[in-house]
Design a protein around this ligand. Structure first.
Ligand code: BGC
Length: 760
């Protein structure tokens, strides 16, 4: 009886959490089956073709041509990169009224961190550890994008990355699979909200499948090679979490996995994704990644297109290898009709789930853009999200928050820059709408404070570097005045002020796609500025705006306070000012470790022990350490300060040991001992002390972001069961091993408050 009601509850939960038709849904099957019965083979192949007529940001060198004729010929399944209900209605009309079977097209875009209301870059958002807030940003992005006719999103990007040289670390949620999985789920929920037909929701695409965040040497698009155990335990969980949350689409990645490019990798796209994980949506390639398999050395266009289809790829982005070669491959026996049918069915099913066969124009409402896009409420969420994503890395002698009085010298190449606030991959955002730091500081400081501004330095003095960064518009603007003049002016401004705030870091395009760096320090021009400002002896706050963790030991030494903001989005200046003046108490925590130098990479908290671990931080011969740098990162995963202090006490476990089917409760008291109310991210880590394979020294297994009023204590409780302790073994079986476990609780991954329990 008990068992039956348990299953009933599960069924009800499943029905409530996802009311999408699944493969096997009788009405959908019948509809799609009947439609496919009328389609020619070339029309089926046409559904697998995704085009972009250009106009937006293009990430490859190819743009689709003759789009109108192709649509009418039934050779286009979907379009991305065009916007607005009117334009999209016209395009849809070409398919619905102009093609033989009138099959509607699917319209996509990269809505990575907001549509027009640009939120912080995803790495920044992840620093908030605030799943509700992240979900809300995705929900707003969906509302704005659908108002503009876009109902298929190439997000979330959930690639785990432990390599800040890789420019696209900015687009993900950092280094940890557990946190990454929670964020992946929140974003899919935000975009899809369990009802793809609703006018305010869009289909999510999990990308880049798979392992794209681990390219060799941190160079974009580079090869990836890792053990299956590492994949399953450390890199695959966020993709799986997004799929379990119901994401309708998966995008294959550019890199190879185990020697076969992801886009043509049968193990990845069929055995793992569909057979093991039960994914029933469709798989789209990345931009020309089918064609790029020619350069990977997998054959000519016909061969790589057949390889991709046979691997389980359903839709070909831009490259048109499917369109131009699959029929030939069918005739020559290199692909089967069943393989083409399967891919076509999945694309049509997605259209069915989106409600396009009921009404192909359902997302094109001319009244919506003005109402739903860039509303005051949306901008308010952008400001809140940005302020809650910032990480206070240092705050000596309580330099921050600043008083709203006296003279503040605001200095630096990013202090009055509008073009560098949105961050990478905001093709639908408008940099001109961003609030600069200077504007924000003036607004929030009010009339009692005097703000003096000086640029102080160029982001970089190197014109050749600037050319590479300015591909999408001016980001690095090299001043006509000599560097010495800028510097002198800045020092004079600093000397005239009570306090100095320097705003430095990376231009928008210094991170993101194809923006890997082998040196992740602040450019020399800005380093000189920080040195000169520190030499004035004035209290110095350094605000670092950047798309990646940086190598900043020198700046950390020189500054009294450091606030790391990521690229904060459209409300950048306001949000920075909110934090700097204490209207918002910072509560962000790093989700990617900051190395002391590039040679430590990959540096991440969940490392496994060696047989020769170092005791402490001092070099010891024949121990696993460096001659020239400590092992520890400059700032660890989970780290971030507040204007108040939190004290952790009374860590208690409900039991000393648990059986396989039991739970253990872990509780801890967190006291706000400082002078400000504040939020803290309470983190729970576990170590599996003895196992049949080497295990990480610590793994994040839970976190709660809570608000604690000054002087008060909150008790935070976590639960763990054997499921939470399970990991993939050499044979890729998932189970927990009995034995001793250590539990650590604290405000970052160095948490040392610890207890033990046994799993029987
Ligand atoms: C990127 C994807 C993106 C696609 C379409 C590619 O270059 O890797 O993340 O979705 O372009 O714009």
């Amino acid at each position: 009886m008990k068992k039956i009601s348990f299953y009933l509850i599960l069924l009800v939960i499943a029905a409530c959490t996802n009311n999408q038709p699944k493969s096997g849904d009788a009405r959908m099957d019948r509809f799609v089956g009947e439609l496919m019965g009328k389609m020619t083979i070339q029309e089926k192949i046409g559904q697998l073709n995704l085009v972009t007529p250009g106009g937006g940001i293009l990430t490859g060198s190819v743009v689709s041509t003759d789009v109108e004729a192709k649509i009418k010929a039934g050779n286009v399944g979907g379009i991305f990169g065009i916007y607005g209900p009117e334009k999209l209605r016209q395009a849809q009309k070409l398919a619905v009224e102009g093609s033989r079977l009138g099959i509607p097209m699917i319209f996509g875009s990269d809505v990575i961190h907001g549509y027009k209301t640009t939120f912080p870059i995803p790495l920044g958002l992840s620093f908030s550890w605030d799943l509700k807030l992240i979900e809300k940003t995705a929900q707003i992005a969906a509302k704005e994008a659908t108002a503009d006719g876009i109902f298929w999103n190439f997000s979330p990007m959930v690639d785990v990355s432990r390599d800040p040289r890789w420019g696209r670390i900015s687009e993900g949620s950092g280094e940890d699979p557990f946190l990454g999985s929670q964020i992946a789920r929140a974003m899919v929920k935000g975009y899809q909200q369990n009802d793809l037909k609703a006018p305010h929701t869009m289909m999510a695409t999990v990308k880049h499948f798979a392992l794209y965040g681990a390219p060799e040497a941190g160079r974009d698009y580079n090869s990836v090679d890792m053990s299956r155990m590492k994949m399953y335990n450390e890199y695959l969980p966020p993709y799986k979490a997004a799929i379990d949350a119901g994401a309708g689409c998966v995008m294959s990645s550019f890199n190879d996995v185990d020697g076969v490019p992801a886009t043509g990798n049968h193990w990845l796209l069929t055995e793992l994704l569909r057979e093991q994980w039960g994914f029933d949506g469709f798989v789209v390639s990345d931009y020309t990644s089918v064609n790029e398999m020619i350069d990977h050395g997998m054959g000519d266009l016909q061969a790589v297109s057949a390889l991709a289809l046979n691997a389980g790829l359903d839709m070909d982005m831009v490259g048109e290898g499917f369109l131009t070669t699959l029929e030939k491959s069918l005739n020559e026996g290199n692909v089967t009709k069943a393989a083409i049918d399967n891919a076509c069915r999945r694309v049509l099913e997605a259209k069915y789930k989106l409600g396009l066969f009921d009404d192909p124009y359902r997302y094109f409402d001319d009244a919506r853009p003005a109402k739903d896009i860039l509303s005051d409420e949306n901008r308010a969420v952008a400001r809140e999200a940005a302020a809650h994503s910032m990480v206070l890395l240092k705050n000596e002698a309580g330099v921050l928050p600043l008083k709203k009085s006296g003279t503040v010298a605001l200095i630096g190449p990013l202090a009055d820059s509008r073009n560098n606030m949105l961050g990478t991959w905001a093709p639908t955002g408008n940099p001109q709408l961003a609030v600069t730091v200077l504007e924000g500081i003036k607004i929030v400081a009010g009339e009692n404070a005097k703000i003096v501004f000086a640029k102080g330095a160029n982001i970089s003095d190197d014109p050749e570097f600037a050319v590479k960064i300015n591909v999408f518009g001016p980001r690095i603007e090299i001043d006509e005045r000599p560097a010495e003049t800028l510097l002198k002016e800045a020092v004079a401004a600093a000397q005239s002020a009570d306090i100095v705030v320097a705003v430095i870091g990376e231009a928008t395009e210094m991170s993101g796609e194809s923006s890997s760096r082998s040196d992740i320090t602040i450019p020399e021009s800005q380093k000189k500025l920080v040195r000169a400002l520190a030499a004035t002896g004035k209290p110095l706050t350094v605000v670092v705006i950047s798309g990646r963790p940086l190598d900043i030991p020198e700046e950390t030494e020189l500054a009294d306070a450091i606030l790391f903001t990521g690229h904060p989005g459209v409300e950048a200046g306001n949000a920075i000012a909110d934090v700097v003046f204490g209207d918002t108490n910072p509560s962000g925590k790093l989700t990617a470790s900051f190395p002391r130098n590039v040679g430590q990479i990959p540096v991440y908290y969940s490392r496994r022990n060696t047989g020769r671990p170092q005791a402490g931080e001092v070099f010891a011969k024949f121990r696993s350490n460096y001659l020239d740098v400590e092992n520890s990162p400059l700032f660890a995963f989970g780290y971030g300060l507040s204007y108040t202090n939190f004290e952790y006490k009374n860590l208690k476990l409900s039991k000393e040991s648990i059986a396989g089917n039991e739970e253990i409760e872990i509780s801890v008291d967190v006291k706000n001992t400082g002078n400000y109310d504040g939020e803290e991210v309470v983190q729970l880590y576990v170590r599996d002390v003895v196992a049949s394979v080497t295990r990480p020294l610590k793994e994040l297994k839970g976190f709660k972001k809570i608000f604690i009023k000054k002087g008060t204590t909150e008790t935070v409780t976590f639960k763990l069961s054997a499921n939470d302790l399970a990991f993939y073994h050499q044979d890729l079986q998932l189970f927990a091993e009995p034995g001793e476990f250590h539990v650590f609780v604290g405000g970052n991954s160095d948490a040392s408050l610890s207890e033990e329990f046994t799993l029987e």
